[in-house]
Design a protein around this ligand. Structure first.
Ligand SMILES: NC(=O)c1ccc[n+]([C@@H]2O[C@H](COP(=O)([O-])OP(=O)(O)OC[C@H]3O[C@@H](n4cnc5c(N)ncnc54)[C@H](OP(=O)(O)O)[C@@H]3O)[C@@H](O)[C@H]2O)c1
Length: 333
């Protein structure tokens, strides 16, 4: 399995596994036994970088995802890298399927969060701890100060920011160096490419979440696909509406054409495109199906040349496509 290095010392499989979907956002949660078996199969395939968050959970168990990840990896803890996140909760009073987010990065909240995450994950340290969203009420320097404290205490070894902009990255990095950012990135969501220079300057890795545009770029979802309006965020995502699917037909044709040429699948091309673009991009596609885990991991072996990538980017710049889901809205408590 090809590897990438986060920072100077955190070596991970070139593609990580986003574990959120086992519990949250993509329809009915997977039963615990199947989820644990699937994560174990992912390890056998070569995944060793697992992404979760304190808020990925089910209606019955709001923190279930960390428990699943912890249970799956407990006997091989030292062979894997676990990333989790702090700093938001969901507004459960909202009727929307994708509940608004309430940021909370007060130092006392973070200190309680890290202890609870360690307990659920069944480990004495978190390898990569992200602030899930910026908190407008807590300066990032204060958050970074708490991260230094947690590193000194041995509770975390590296940290990062999710959905970060350049100013937050620079300010945080000055107080306590950041190893990675985790931002949305796919052929449909390229607005964070403007961060490449600062990431290169500061040696920060770009962990790409929703790299398949929530599965859309796999080409396996079309006009007839139904999503559960109560549990599946895709029921409210613009790229999956009838109109969105029509607007994205050129995009899927492009990805299909390259897939055919490279003897690969559209999902693999979508992942290879970003991995071949920059050596410091690590996608973390999520899937609950072993055949797809295998398919996604094999994307690390596909080579797209600089000129092929430039051609794809030019086509993406000039084609019509729908809006893509940009995340749940952020509100104040
Ligand atoms: N930091 C943040 O704010 C944030 C936000 C969102 C996500 N994340 C992290 O990023 C990870 C990945 O993002 P994501 O799950 O939102 O989006 P994604 O990886 O772009 O897409 C996941 C969806 O695509 C489907 N899928 C995956 N591989 C496929 C394939 N080869 N063929 C067809 N369908 C496929 C999955 O369905 P099946 O499960 O049915 O295969 C799932 O519904 C999450 O698990 C989470 O850890 C972080």
């Amino acid at each position: 399995m090809k590897k990438r290095v986060l920072g100077t010392d955190l070596k991970v499989s070139a593609i990580g596994l986003g574990c959120m979907g086992f519990s949250h956002a993509y329809g009915a949660p997977t039963d615990k036994k199947t989820a644990v078996e699937t994560i174990r199969k992912a390890v056998e395939m070569g995944y060793d970088f697992f992404d979760t968050a304190e808020v990925y959970g089910t209606a019955d168990d709001p923190h279930q995802n960390e428990l699943l990840v912890g249970e799956s990896l407990k006997d091989i803890r030292d062979n894997v890298v676990i990333a989790t996140k702090f700093g938001i909760k969901f507004d459960m009073s909202s009727p929307e399927v994708n509940k608004p987010l309430i940021p909370d990065s007060r130092p006392e909240t973070i200190r309680a969060s890290v202890d609870a995450s360690l307990k659920r994950l069944g480990t004495d340290h978190i390898d990569l701890y992200y602030q899930h969203r910026a908190d407008p009420n807590v300066p990032i320097e204060e958050v970074a100060g708490v991260m230094s404290e947690l590193i000194k205490a041995g509770k975390i070894t590296h940290w990062g920011l999710s959905e970060a902009d350049e100013e937050q990255i620079r300010r945080a990095h000055k107080v306590c160096p950041i190893t990675a950012i985790q931002n949305r990135y796919s052929m449909m969501a390229r607005w964070h490419e403007k961060l490449f220079p600062v990431l290169e300057e500061l040696n920060i890795v770009f962990v790409a979440f929703s790299p398949l545009a929530n599965g859309f770029l796999s080409g396996k979802y079309g006009k007839g696909t139904q999503f559960d309006g109560a549990l599946d965020y895709r029921s409210a995502m613009p790229q999956f509406t009838e109109k969105g699917i029509e607007q994205n037909s050129d995009l899927l044709s492009l990805v299909n054409k390259i897939a055919e040429k490279k003897n690969a699948t559209p999902a693999q091309i979508s992942l290879a495109w970003m991995m071949c673009k920059k050596p410091y991009i690590v996608p973390i596609p999520g899937s609950r199906k072993t055949d797809r885990l295998k398919e996604n991991l094999a994307a690390a072996d596909i080579i797209l040349t600089d000129s092929e990538i430039a051609e794809i980017d030019k086509a993406l710049d000039n084609m019509e496509m729908s809006a893509v889901f940009g995340g749940s809205k952020i509100i104040k408590e």
